[in-house]
Write a protein that binds this ligand. Sequence first.
Ligand code: AMP
Ligand code: ZN
Length: 134
Amino acid sequence: MSDCFFCKIAKGEVPTNTVYEDDDFRVILDIAPANPGHCLIIPKKHSANIYETDDEVLAKAMVLAKKMAVKVKKATGCDGVNIMQNNEEAAGQTVFHFHMHIIPRYDGDKALSYKTMKQTDEEFAEMRQKITAL
Ligand code: AMP
Ligand code: ZN
């Protein structure tokens, strides 16, 4: 993907605040952090989203997410860490090269929030059947 900006970032062709790099990933500080220390785990191999990403890359990404979460917690002294990963515009994805967010959180901060809803037992049962049938 020669026109993918995160491919350029992953290859080191664009200046970033890189906090970790290995053969498969670059981890950078997000340019618009939810809190200071917000990192992005970016695979060097392009895929648009989780559906298209190799299982092997995903497995390594999750192990790296743990490593980075521990580092970010130690570096920031945060109270908690969110691991976030968006797929498609409806879910908030703005860069269409798979990446994972490591977000430091503090007691009472409102850095990430979503509204919840109530569902009936019937609605839960219908959804359970739909998903388990696939
Ligand atoms: P998403 O909305 O999940 O696709 O996340 C894309 C993230 O990339 C956002 O949090 C942006 O702030 C971040 N971002 C975009 N461009 C850059 C950049 N040049 N350097 C660091 N972070 C970036
Ligand atoms: Zn890419």
